[in-house]
Design a protein around this ligand. Structure first.
Ligand code: GLU
Length: 467
C-alpha cells in the first residue's frame, strides 16, 4: 500500500508552529515510506478564509522546504462533489433534513443540562421525512447502537459508543457542507491512507469514521498529535511570543533549524537532538511521537539555531546579514566586508538578527559610549594612551599588513602601564562597548581612517568632559 498523507489547514491566519509541526510529521511519514504528501486548503468557511492566509501557508511551507506532490486542493472548488455525496446519503435514508430553529436547539440544550445529561441533538427530526427549505440543515444519521473503534498511532486503541454521538449537521441551511463531512469526502477521494493531525480533532474522528462507513469509503488510519504548550504550561499562543512560522524567519532563524526544532517538538529518537532533513526522513516514525503535550522552549530553539549558524555557508550568512541590515534600513559601504562581521561574531550569535546587532557598531558611527564603562575608562589617564595609539596608527602605511596587536603592546611598554590602561579606552573608543572582539580585530575591520576618527572622537569627548 502506498502511503498518502496530507496537510489540511484552514486559511484563517498565518501558518503557526502547531500547524507547521503537523505538516512536518505528515510530510516525514510520507517521505519515510516513499509515499506522497498532499496539501489541501480547507476554505469552505468563506467568512473566515482569506487569500492572505492561503499565501501565508504557502510561504511558510516553502520556507521550511515542505514540498507537496500534487496540485493544491481547494475545498471551495469541490462543492459539487460534496453535494453529490450529501444527496446520496439523503437518498439512502442515511441523512435527513432538520428544521429545528436555534431557539428549539437552545431550549433542548438547557433542558438536558438541567437534567444532568450531556447536551446533544436529540434526533427529533430523524424520522419526520422533512423536505428541503431554506431553513433546513442536513443531519447525518449516526447509528443508534454499536460503537466506533480505531487504533490511533499515537493514542492507541480508542472506542466510542455511538450513543455518545448525536446526528451532526453535514450541510448548513445555506447548503454549505461542514468540516466533518468535507474532510471525509476529500480524504477518501485523495486516497489518504494516514490522517496525521492535531489532537484537537480527536473527538471528530469517530463521527468521521461513521460517515466513511455510511458511504462505503475506506477508512484511513489516524494519528493525533498532542498539542504544543508554552513554557508556562498553557496552550501555545501569541502571548508566548512568535507563533507564526514566518516570524522566525524575520527573527533571524534558519529554516533547517526551525525544522529541526519542530521535529523534536513531540518526537524523539534516543537522545539525538540534531537532525538534517535526510536523517529526519530516514528516522521518523509515528511510534516515536510522544503521547504527552510538548512545551515550546525558546532556549533550545536558540541553541539549535546556533548549531546551524555555525555550520552554515559563510556566503549564505553574508546574504542573510545583508537582508537583515536592509530591513533595519542600514546601508553598508561597498568596500565593507560583511564576512568579517560573520567571522567576528559567529561563535556568539544565536540568530542572524543577533549577528547584525553585534556587528552594528562596525557599520554605523557610534551613537555613544556605554555609561558604566565610560566612567571607568574615559578619565584623564586615558588621554596619553589614546594619543600614543593615534600617533602610531597614523604612521602605519600598510594597514592590512600591520601587526596592530603588537602596536598596542608597544604603547603599553613605552608608557609603562598595565594593558588595561590602553586596551580599555581604545576598545570603548572603537566600539562604544566595554566588551567585544579584540581591538586589533576591530581596527582591522574598521580600516585605518575610521579607526583614527573614532580614537580622535573619544579623545575630544574625554577632553570636553574634563573641562
Ligand atoms: N482544517 C482543519 C484545521 O485546520 C484540519 C483538518 C484535519 O486535519 O482533518 O484544523
Amino acid at each position: 500500500m502506498k502511503v498518502i498523507t496530507r496537510f489540511a489547514p484552514s486559511p484563517t491566519g498565518y501558518l503557526h508552529v502547531g500547524g507547521a509541526r503537523t505538516a512536518l510529521f505528515s510530510y516525514l511519514y510520507a517521505r519515510h515510506h516513499g509515499g506522497q504528501f498532499e496539501l489541501r486548503i480547507e476554505d469552505t468557511d468563506t467568512e473566515r478564509s482569506t487569500q492572505e492566509s492561503v499565501d501565508a501557508i504557502f510561504a511558510g511551507m516553502d520556507w521550511l522546504g515542505l514540498e507537496y506532490d500534487s496540485e493544491v486542493n481547494y475545498q471551495s472548488k469541490n462543492l459539487e462533489r460534496y453535494q453529490e455525496k450529501i444527496e446520496q446519503l439523503l437518498a439512502n435514508g442515511q441523512a435527513y433534513y432538520c428544521d429545528c430553529s436555534k431557539e428549539i436547539l437552545d431550549e433542548m440544550r438547557e433542558q438536558q443540562m438541567k437534567n444532568g445529561e450531556k447536551p446533544r441533538y436529540d434526533g427529533r427530526s430523524r424520522e419526520l421525512g422533512l423536505t428541503k427549505t431554506d431553513q433546513t440543515v442536513v443531519r447525518f444519521k449516526t447509528p443508534l447502537t454499536g460503537e466506533v473503534k480505531f487504533k490511533d498511532h499515537v493514542r492507541g486503541e480508542i472506542t466510542v459508543a455511538n450513543s455518545e454521538l448525536d446526528d451532526l449537521v453535514i450541510a448548513r441551511a445555506d447548503g454549505m457542507p461542514t468540516y466533518n463531512f468535507t474532510v471525509v469526502i476529500d480524504d477518501a477521494d485523495m486516497g489518504i491512507t494516514h490522517v496525521i493531525r492535531g489532537d484537537d480533532h480527536i473527538n471528530n474522528t469517530p463521527r468521521q469514521i461513521n460517515i466513511y462507513q455510511a458511504l462505503g469509503m475506506p477508512v484511513p488510519e489516524f494519528a493525533h498529535v498532542p498539542m504544543i504548550l508554552g513554557d508556562d504550561g498553557a496552550r501555545l499562543s501569541k502571548r508566548h511570543g512568535a507563533v507564526s512560522v514566518m516570524q522566525y524567519k524575520d527573527d533571524g532563524y534558519l529554516p533547517e533549524a526551525v525544522l529541526n526544532y519542530l521535529v523534536r517538538l513531540g518526537w524523539s529518537h534516543g537522545d539525538q537532538e540534531l537532525f538534517n532533513k535526510e536523517e529526519m526522513i530516514d528516522l521518523f516514525d509515528l511510534s516515536g511521537v510522544n503521547k504527552a503535550p510538548s512545551a515550546f522552549n525558546t532556549t533550545k530553539l536558540n541553541w539549535i539555531n546556533q548549531q546551524y549558524l555555525q555550520q552554515a555557508d559563510k556566503s549564505r550568512l553574508v546574504t542573510l546579514l545583508q537582508d537583515r541590515l536592509k530591513t533595519l534600513n542600514i546601508s553598508v559601504d561597498h568596500d565593507f566586508d560583511l564576512s568579517a562581521v560573520v567571522k567576528m561574531f559567529i561563535d556568539r550569535a544565536q540568530t542572524v538578527n543577533e549577528l547584525a546587532d553585534m556587528g552594528l557598531f562596525l557599520l554605523q558611527p557610534l551613537s555613544g559610549y556605554d555609561e558604566k564603562a565610560e566612567k571607568k575608562a574615559f578619565k584623564e589617564s586615558a588621554i596619553e594612551p589614546l594619543k600614543a595609539v593615534i600617533a602610531k596608527c597614523e604612521a602605519i602605511n600598510d594597514w592590512a599588513g600591520a601587526d596592530l596587536h603588537q602596536m598596542i603592546a608597544d604603547v603599553v611598554t613605552e608608557l609603562e602601564v598595565g594593558f588595561g590602561k590602553v586596551g580599555m579606552p581604545v576598545r570603548l573608543a572603537l566600539s562604544g562597548q566595554a566588551q567585544g572582539p579584540a581591538n586589533d580585530v576591530i581596527m582591522q575591520v574598521l580600516g585605518k581612517d575610521e579607526s583614527i576618527v573614532r580614537l580622535k572622537n573619544a579623545l575630544q569627548y574625554i577632553e570636553a568632559k574634563l573641562n
